[in-house]
Design a protein around this ligand. Structure first.
Ligand code: C2R
Length: 168
């Protein structure tokens, strides 16, 4: 695999099922990525080392997912100049509202682009769009992806119309 340009980090390996769709979205667009467990709470020095070294290692976007007291995305954003996308994980208690609020309401000056609760796939797609802003070829592929999405909606509408006729 060529040099990773997106860093996926998560507070625990138990977050991987939520973050895997981000990795899959990146893979769909052929974007090289890396994925690591890095916790602000459990491994604060490792988290700082990762965030401080990320840009120098060639990463251009970081996707950070965590649950509960989800301080990882904000702390990573505090220690890197790279754009950080936060993914709130729904845990059994509070359904992810705690994760969302821990990530989304950052103090001015330290932005985290927060996707919806459990929104790993959208986080990956947003990372693709950030890279595509300065890459015309990739932007073309994002446009084709959007056109395919739209075609899918039209096809589903056709199916619905046929069912309505059949069901009378
Ligand atoms: N929110 C954080 C941070 C952090 O923000 O630094 N580190 C771990 N965690 C979260 O704890 C949850 C439970 O973790 P375990 O499954 O390991 O007990 C995970 O969702 C993780 O992201």
């Amino acid at each position: 695999m060529s040099h990773p340009v997106v860093g996926i980090v998560m507070g625990s390996d138990s977050d991987w099922p939520m973050m895997q769709p981000a990795a899959e979205a990146l893979a769909e667009f052929g974007i090289p990525y890396e994925a690591h467990v890095v916790s602000a709470h459990r491994t604060p020095r490792r988290m700082l080392d990762y965030a401080e070294g990320a840009a120098g290692r060639g990463l251009r976007v970081i996707v950070a997912g965590a649950g509960g007291a989800a301080h990882l995305p904000g702390m990573v954003a505090a220690a890197t100049p790279l754009p950080v996308i936060g993914v709130p994980r729904p845990l059994d208690r509070l359904d992810g509202l705690d994760s969302l609020l821990s990530i989304v309401q950052m103090p001015a000056g330290v932005p985290v682009a927060t996707v919806g609760i459990g929104g790993g796939r959208n986080a990956g797609l947003l990372a693709v769009r950030i890279l595509a802003a300065s890459d015309e070829e990739l932007r073309g592929r994002v446009e084709r992806f959007q056109a395919d999405l739209a075609d899918g909606v039209v096809a589903r509408d056709l199916t619905l119309q046929e069912r309505l006729v059949t069901d009378g």
